[in-house]
Write a protein that binds this ligand. Structure first.
Ligand SMILES: Cc1cc2nc3c(=O)[nH]c(=O)nc-3n(C[C@H](O)[C@H](O)[C@H](O)COP(=O)(O)OP(=O)(O)OC[C@H]3O[C@@H](n4cnc5c(N)ncnc54)[C@H](O)[C@@H]3O)c2cc1C
Ligand code: SF4
Length: 496
């Protein structure tokens, strides 16, 4: 650390967001452009270089956080970029999207606000691109081995980049028309503009990775062809089988899954559509589900000029501070967090019926009712206790012309014939079974990311991609690899 007293003299300060009234008029990222660089050096200097950095442990990538905090505090951006890219293929993604379990594990967070690790990561990544510290790294020589990666989300992309750099000839198959998985069609542009994705794809092409979009593995390229033409196959097809809400009225028109709604808004931003056919414009919107996907629907509906937007969360409103008895440091606690979308809804008064920002907590949906045309018009709910038991006298209704279900994902979605074609085994919850080496029962076939882990986070997907690449490289080169494996297939986030 450049200043050993930095944590005593400097308070935590985050990358400022643009005013809500301004940012809901566009789809750009919510942050003030150029607002991070002036503050980030002093913020990095709050790192105590504590000796036993739990942030390493809490980050699935094992990012070398104290090292790069020190380098940023000393303005050595090139070295900081080298250290950061040593463990993370796509730090500009995690620097924007990660919920930052590292900050929950920061030793300073025991009695002070944590170091703004995620912001420092983002600043290094952005600066690295601006300064040209991240040129393509094509391999010196080719191994002569070929690998098919199925799925171009963060897990598939990380695996492909590691394997291409190790000298293997890698083809990424993607059933969508563009590369990126949920980073492309799912996560809204106001959380991460797609130009960051394009830039990495350009880098990967220059390193030799080939991409085949609009190609459904299992159908357009069959399982036998994959096994026959490639020395190894990595399945990284994600987990987007959505959960249903089985209550009366569910079949009414105007009730959709979040992942039916969000990709259409992404397509408007991509210029494929002028208007989303499910646009929230002028509608009373209710989002069922209190998680991050629900918050993405909220921010999208606000930008589409909804008449009102309310988000229902079945859990009680969490406290603002960690309960040390229940979720002690360094685990990632459930806290009341104000995402950018919630801040917008609060500032603009988008949810007149809500308890806090746009959310109604401890609320369970009972049924939907509609008009004579079979279109939803109201959502009926009841307050619940911690055991989700209805509380008498708490029934109420909300106007609802558009209902978005954001109840999480139970496992891999549409299979496209890969599982049967390759003879893969599934775990009881539907994820692809694999051993300690990320290998499925089919010879030369590996599985990584949400498809095998279940619905998770971008940081875990990148970590899985790096780890499966190490396993594939070992398989292809007769037991040796120099590629790092930050996680094992059975590793899980730190819990109580
Ligand atoms: C709306 C939403 C918002 C999220 N926001 C965040 C966030 O802010 N931060 C965070 O950390 N995490 C977030 N997540 C979770 C995160 O996006 C995922 O954990 C991560 O993308 C998983 O990566 P993956 O590569 O395993 O799968 P995916 O990103 O799902 O990619 C899988 C890809 O495989 C392709 N595919 C599937 N089958 C085939 C086939 N047969 N042939 C060819 N291609 C195929 C799919 O089209 C898809 O492109 C969010 C998730 C959702 C749904
Ligand atoms: S990837 Fe996530 S957990 Fe790791 S250092 Fe970055 S913000 Fe923290």
């Amino acid at each position: 650390m450049a200043d050993p007293k930095g944590f005593l003299t400097t308070s935590r300060e985050e990358w400022p967001r643009r005013p809500a009234e301004e940012r809901i008029r566009d789809w750009d990222e919510v942050y003030v452009p150029g607002g991070l660089l002036p503050i980030v050096g002093a913020q990095a200097d709050r790192c105590m270089d504590c000796g036993i950095p739990f942030c390493h442990e809490a980050c699935p990538l094992g990012n070398l956080i104290p090292d790069w905090n020190d380098l940023v505090a000393r303005s050595d951006w090139r070295a900081a970029s080298e250290r950061l890219h040593a463990t993370n293929n796509f730090p500009e993604f995690t620097g924007r999207l990660c919920p930052a379990p590292c900050e929950a594990g920061c030793v300073l967070a025991i009695n002070q606000p944590a170091v703004t690790i995620k912001n420092v990561e983002c600043a290094i990544a952005d600066r690295a691109w601006e300064e040209g510290f991240t040129p393509p790294q094509p391999p010196d020589r080719l191994s002569g081995k070929t690998v098919a990666v199925i799925g171009s989300g963060p897990a598939g992309l990380a695996a492909a980049q590691q394997l291409s750099r190790a000298g293997h000839t890698v083809v990424v198959f993607e059933r969508d028309d563009r590369i990126g998985g949920l980073l492309r069609y799912g996560i809204p542009a106001f959380k991460m503009e797609k130009r960051h994705l394009e830039r990495r794809i350009g880098q990967m092409r220059a390193e030799g990775t080939k991409f085949r979009t609009s190609t459904v593995a299992g159908r357009d390229v069959g399982a036998a062809e994959l096994r026959g033409r490639y020395d190894a196959v990595v399945i990284a097809t994600g987990a987007t089988a959505w959960r249903e809400l089985d209550v009366p009225g569910r079949k009414l028109a105007g009730i959709h899954q979040a992942m039916e709604y969000l990709p259409l808004a992404n397509r408007v931003c991509e210029g494929d559509l002028e208007h989303s056919p499910l646009s929230a414009e002028g509608k009373h919107v209710v989002i069922v589900g209190g998680g991050d996907t629900g918050a993405d629907c909220l921010g999208t509906a606000v930008r589409e000029r909804a008449a009102s937007v309310t988000q229902l969360d079945i859990y009680a409103q969490p406290g603002a501070d960690r309960d040390e008895d229940v979720e002690p440091w360094p685990v990632y606690p459930r806290l009341y967090r104000l995402s950018a979308a919630h801040e917008e809804a609060r500032d603009l008064g988008s949810a007149p019926a809500a308890d806090a920002d746009a959310r109604l907590f401890a609320a369970s949906t009972l049924r939907f009712t509609g008009d004579d045309d079979g279109h939803v018009r109201s959502l009926h709910l009841v307050g619940v206790d911690a055991g989700r038991r209805p509380l008498p006298g708490t029934e109420r209704s909300l106007p609802a012309d558009l209902v978005l279900l954001a109840l999480g994902f139970s496992g891999p979605g549409r299979d496209d014939g890969l599982v049967a074609g390759l003879g893969l085994e599934l775990e009881p919850r539907g994820t692809i079974a694999r051993d300690r080496e990320f290998a499925t029962g089919a010879p030369g076939v590996f599985a990584a990311g949400d498809a095998a882990r279940g619905q998770s986070l971008v940081v875990w997907a990148i970590a899985e991609g790096r780890a499966v690449a190490a396993a594939v490289d070992r398989h292809l080169s007769g037991g040796h690899t120099r590629l790092p494996a930050p996680v094992g297939p059975y590793d899980r986030p730190m819990r109580v």
